[in-house]
Design a protein around this ligand. Structure first.
Ligand SMILES: Nc1nc2c(ncn2[C@@H]2O[C@H](COP(=O)(O)OP(=O)(O)OP(=O)(O)O)[C@@H](O)[C@H]2O)c(=O)[nH]1
Ligand SMILES: [Mg+2]
Length: 190
C-alpha cells in the first residue's frame, strides 16, 4: 500500500456529520498526546497535514483526510486529558463517542494507539473494551517505541499484549518511522 495523495476534507464535532462519507474509513484513537495526529502525518508523509503539539488536547474535532481518492483517515481528539474542566472533558468524549460508536458508521479499522513507554492505562483498556463490544475491528499501535531501550522493547510489547487481552500489538514510532509497513499491512492488507 502506497499513500500517494492526502488531503484534508473536513473537521466536525458530531459524528452524524460524517455518516454519509463515500469511502471506507480508518480511525485513530488514543489518549491525548499519544501521537494520533503524528501517526497520520507519518503514514501520509505529509508533515503538518494533521496538526500536532507537545501539549495534550491539540485535536478537538473529528478531522477527515481523503487518501488516494479511495479511503479516509480520521483523526480524533484524545481521551483522558486531565488538565481541562470536567465539562470540557465530557464535551471531548461526546465528540469521540458520537463518531466511534455511531451505529451508522462502521470503520474499516480503528487504530487504537497507546504509549509504549507508559504502557496501557485504565482508560486505554476501557476504550479497547468499548470498541470490541461495539464490534469494531481494532489494530493496536504501541507508539513512541523509540523511547524504550532497544533491549527492553520485546518484553515491553509482550507485556502490553498481555494486558490488552492478547490482541496483536504493533511496535511503532511516528517520530522515527518504525513499524510503517506493519501497520499498513495490518490495516490495508499487503
Ligand atoms: N518520542 C516520540 N514522540 C512522539 C512520537 N509520536 C508523537 N510524538 C510526540 O508526542 C506529542 C503529541 O503528538 P500528537 O500527534 O499531537 O498527539 P495526539 O495524540 O494527536 O494528541 P491530541 O490531539 O492532543 O490528542 C508531540 O510532541 C509529538 O512530537 C513518537 O513516535 N516518538
Ligand atoms: Mg491530535
Amino acid at each position: 500500500m502506497n499513500i500517494n495523495s492526502a488531503q484534508f476534507i473536513k473537521g466536525v464535532t458530531d459524528g452524524r456529520e460524517v455518516e454519509n462519507l463515500e469511502f471506507p474509513q480508518v480511525a485513530f484513537i488514543g489518549r491525548s498526546n499519544v501521537g494520533k495526529s503524528s501517526t497520520i502525518n507519518t503514514l501520509t508523509k505529509v508533515k503538518g497535514l494533521a496538526k500536532t503539539s507537545s501539549f495534550p488536547g491539540r485535536t478537538r474535532q473529528i478531522n477527515v483526510f481523503l487518501i488516494n481518492n479511495k479511503f479516509y483517515l480520521v483523526d480524533l481528539p484524545g481521551y483522558g486529558y486531565a488538565k481541562v474542566s470536567k465539562v470540557e472533558r465530557q464535551q471531548i468524549e461526546d465528540v469521540i463517542n458520537s463518531y466511534l460508536f455511531n451505529p451508522l458508521i462502521v470503520q474499516k479499522k480503528v487504530v487504537l494507539i497507546i504509549d509504549a513507554y507508559v504502557g496501557p492505562t485504565e482508560s486505554d483498556l476501557e476504550m479497547l473494551d468499548a470498541l470490541l463490544e461495539h464490534g469494531r475491528s481494532v489494530v493496536i499501535l504501541a507508539n513512541k517505541i523509540d523511547k524504550v531501550k532497544k533491549s527492553h522493547q520485546k518484553a515491553t510489547i509482550d507485556k502490553i499484549r498481555e494486558t490488552l487481552h492478547g490482541q496483536l500489538v504493533i511496535p511503532f514510532s511516528a517520530e522515527e518511522k518504525i513499524g510503517l509497513n506493519e501497520i499498513l499491512n495490518e490495516v490495508f492488507g499487503a
